[in-house]
Structures are given as structure tokens and as C-alpha cells.
Design a protein around this ligand. Sequence first.
Ligand SMILES: N[C@@H](CCC(=O)N[C@@H](CS)C(=O)NCC(=O)O)C(=O)O
Length: 329
Amino acid sequence: MAKGKFEAVMPASLVSHDSEAPTPFDDMNKKLEPVLPPVASPETDQALTIGDKSGKLESDSAPLDGETEPPGWREKGKPEAPPDSQSQSVTVEEGRRKAEVRPIPLGSSSPPLGFFNGTSRLYVSYKCPYAQRPWIVRNYKGLRDTIRLVALDLQDRPSWFKDIHPPNKVPALEHNNQVIGESLDLVKYIDAHFDGPPLLPDDPSKREYAEELISYSNTYTKTILGSFASKGNPEDDAGPSLDFVETSLSKYDDGPFFLGQFSMVDIVYITITALADLVLGDVKKYDITTGRPRLAKWIEELEKMQAYVDTKPVPQEMLDLIKKKFLGK
Ligand SMILES: N[C@@H](CCC(=O)N[C@@H](CS)C(=O)NCC(=O)O)C(=O)O
């Protein structure tokens, strides 16, 4: 991470010297890094798994091929939509668009999608805060037709996914005959390689600030996730990180976002921050916005953006998963 003015607002204990270090959700089969205590659960080895069968919106995925849409592009309990409903839902400009119908997550019985046919595919899980990032980028840039969303059931992952993406993780993007992973890389990649409104301003100083904040985001994530499992006071565990966001939001006053105007930095931080809001509020009765007016305003503004709202997990499903994986409940 670049040194200088940025570290002035960053709690010393939170300064990352290894922005490439794996984040706590990185490997579903590995235990937490030291920042998190071990989870006392019979499923400790899977303590970080995000996504399980309960995450399915429907359970009846039918065979797929590469040239047709996954079947059942419909919401739970609603009749199957006509085949072209996906594209119909994306014709209105951002902010006035109807919510996107989520495809049913693919599981082990779902056949491979077949040959890449020129349409890009973004592989996600509906309960992965990392996958949410490029998903928001794709929505914001108006790429719902260009980048097809493919949801996976991570607990019942199709075996062919590992063949196309050996890390076997989401998010992953299929584009130009290659498959790319890592959410932070994908946020930048989609912004750079696809049409749509840019997610970084031209101002070099703002771009530099963006890079510093993005570099720090892995440390932020680890600290926030660590606070979920901690038996300590959330104000001690997560407070300094949340204060860091509060302070960072004050650098530019030409808007409520990190760089003033909305940018990829907001996308990188909101998914983990929203998770903190949900989990700490529910489990620890801790309101992350108390005493943090900029943070509150930032969340409020993001909640108005369809591109983000469409990617939000179902709260109870996410809470169930976090409680199981981080709190052994
Ligand atoms: N550093 C990665 C983390 C991705 C990640 O850990 N994804 C999880 C789901 S939240 C996953 O796919 N885990 C599957 C596994 O590790 O087996 C990123 O930012 O994209």
C-alpha cells in the first residue's frame, strides 16, 4: 500500500502490509487466518464456506447448454418467466430498471454450460460478498445483457466449474476465451474492458486515493469478519475499521461517496460493510452507523442504487450462514 496521507486516517493496527493476503472467505476448506479465532464447530474445516443448499432460490435446475439460458429464470414461488424475460428486464436505464430476476443456482447435477459462445459469464454465489462486487459493476455499467449471470450453489458445486476455473471460487468471469477470478481484479477488469459509465474519475489524486483504499480493503474485510466470530465488544473489534470508513468518506465533499462521486471504491467497500451492518446489528445489537453520520449517509445513498440493491443477499439466509460458519450455531 502506498504510504503517505492515507495512513494518517488509517488506524495503525489496521495498516496492511500484504494486500494480496487471502481474505477470510478465500478458501472454503482452510481455517481462518490468525486474525480470526477458530470456530468451535464440527464443521470447522468448512468454517468459511459461503453458500449452502438453503441458498437455492429453487432446487430444480434442469439441463443446460451453452447456447440457451439456464432454465427457471424466475423468482421463488413465481411462474417460470418467458425465455426472453431476462433481456426485457434490462432495457430501462439504471435507477428506473426493474429488479433483475435471479437465475437458479447451478448444482452438481447441472451439466456444463457448453462452449463459450461469445457472451461473457459472471459466476457468482448469492451469498458471497466478493462475488457481489463485480456483479454490482456489471449492473451499474448496464451490462446485464453482455455479461450473463451464472449462480452456483457453492455447497453442491458443479464439478465442471473447477475445470474452467481451477481456484474453484466465485467470482469468476469468462471473457475473451479466458476465465479471470479475484473480485478486486474483476472490478477493475470489467470497468476497463466493457462499455458503460466509468467507475473511476479522471482526477489523478482521486485515482491515487482509490488505489490506496482498494489496497486496504482486504485488511478491512478481515477485521470486519473477525469481529463476527469474536466474543469481544464490537466497538473494540470493528469500531476502528468503521471509523476508518467514516474518516475516509470525509476526504472529498463533492458527494457522499469515497471519491465524492460514486466509484468502484464504494462497490468494493459496501458489500462487506452491509454484511457488518446486518450481522453486528442482529447478533451483537450493535448499530454500525451510530456516531458515524457519513457512513449512515453513504449506506443510505447506496441503498437507492438498483445496481447494488439487486445484488443484496436475502438477510435471513446470510445470517443463518454467518451464524453457522462463524459462530458455530
Ligand atoms: N479473494 C477472493 C475471495 C473469493 C472467495 O473466497 N469466494 C468464496 C465464496 S465467498 C468461494 O468461492 N469459496 C469457494 C472455496 O474456497 O472453495 C476474491 O476477492 O474474489
